[in-house]
Ligand binder design. Structure first.
Ligand SMILES: [Ca+2]
Ligand SMILES: [Ca+2]
Length: 313
């Protein structure tokens, strides 16, 4: 009996040590990957007051609005900070579109001519054919864009190519936030769209006289008045090779999602081990205490208590 207890104590100690060792390794790796990112832009708009117009944001923020007035010059759209109508993203940018022009919220960035990643969260309450969810430009020249299109009666999220669109999602949903990334390679004039973490093929740029990227925008459709929302605009150096080549080792930058999943699995596992260990320890301590109590109070019944202790275990 005593030997068995000693053995289980050693076994549990080893189990405990193993379960605690896994977690710091994963956590450290994830933190390192986040820290390694060199952000050029990282805007979640949480420090902005709702109802602040984009045009009123400090010049240092690098935002501007184009084509806010309708063609008659009678109605002005006012893109502004609002609370997320879906209640998921806190403060977001409302690309208000009240007219027949293609109003856009533009972000100027230091010109990028090395590989980089741009991403944002995009949402619309009404499908707008020709809404540019994410367009990247070299000055005024379009390099690449992810755009809403109605094709054959379907609501498409597409990537513009000369003469048409590559389909990224042929069932685009309104009232749903989409994470849209472009892994951009200016040297080869290519971009790889990643939609809600699904990696698409790599495509050439729309216009090849763009040789670097200095602007990013979200733009409403021209003729109709259809607003949309954006949030979490990020631009950071480098593209995730592990997304493009899934066979590369798991310690590449954008394995973050996978790692955090692993982390939660490990954490759940660890909690379960801890609870199990705790229950076993309580049983062991209780059985020993009961046994000793019987020894002191009723030596005659010692045998019985011993048996019951054994029964519990
Ligand atoms: Ca936000
Ligand atoms: Ca419009």
């Amino acid at each position: 009996m005593r030997k068995a207890r000693k053995f289980s104590a050693i076994f549990l100690t080893i189990l405990l040590l193993l379960s605690t060792m896994n977690v710091p390794v994963f956590a450290e790796k994830t933190a390192d990957l986040e820290e390694d990112r060199v952000y050029i832009v990282n805007d979640d708009f949480e420090d902005k007051e709702p109802e602040t117009a984009v045009e009123e944001l400090p010049e240092s923020d690098g935002y501007s609005v184009v084509d806010a007035w309708n063609k008659d010059g009678t109605v002005k759209s006012e893109p502004r900070i609002v609370e997320d109508p879906l209640g998921e993203n806190g403060n977001v940018v409302f690309v208000e579109d009240l007219g027949d022009t293609a109003v856009a919220v533009v972000k100027d960035i230091p010109r990028q001519d090395k590989p980089f990643t741009v991403e944002l969260d995009f949402m619309t309450e009404e499908f707008g054919h020709a809404t540019k969810a994410l367009r990247i430009l070299d000055g005024s020249t379009v390099a690449a864009e992810v755009e809403l299109r109605q094709i054959d009666g379907k609501d498409i999220l597409g990537y513009s190519i000369p003469g048409g669109h590559e389909i990224l999602d042929d069932d685009f949903q309104v009232n749903k936030w989409y994470n849209i990334k472009l892994l951009v390679d200016p040297e080869n004039q290519e971009a790889t769209p990643v939609i809600n973490d699904v990696v698409m093929p790599t495509y050439g740029w729309r216009f090849l006289n763009a040789t670097g990227i200095s602007r990013v925008l979200t733009m409403a459709p021209g003729g109709s008045a259809i607003s949309s929302y954006l949030d979490n605009l990020k631009v950071y150096e480098g593209i995730d090779d592990s997304l493009l080549n899934p066979d590369t080792p798991p310690d590449q930058i954008e394995d973050i999602e996978i790692n955090s999943e692993d982390l939660s699995i490990t954490l759940t596992g660890q909690v379960m081990v801890w609870v199990g260990v705790l229950i076993l320890l309580i049983i062991l301590v209780l059985s020993k205490t009961v046994e000793q109590a019987f020894k002191l109070v009723a030596p005659v019944e010692h045998k019985m208590s011993f048996r019951s202790g054994r029964h519990i275990i």
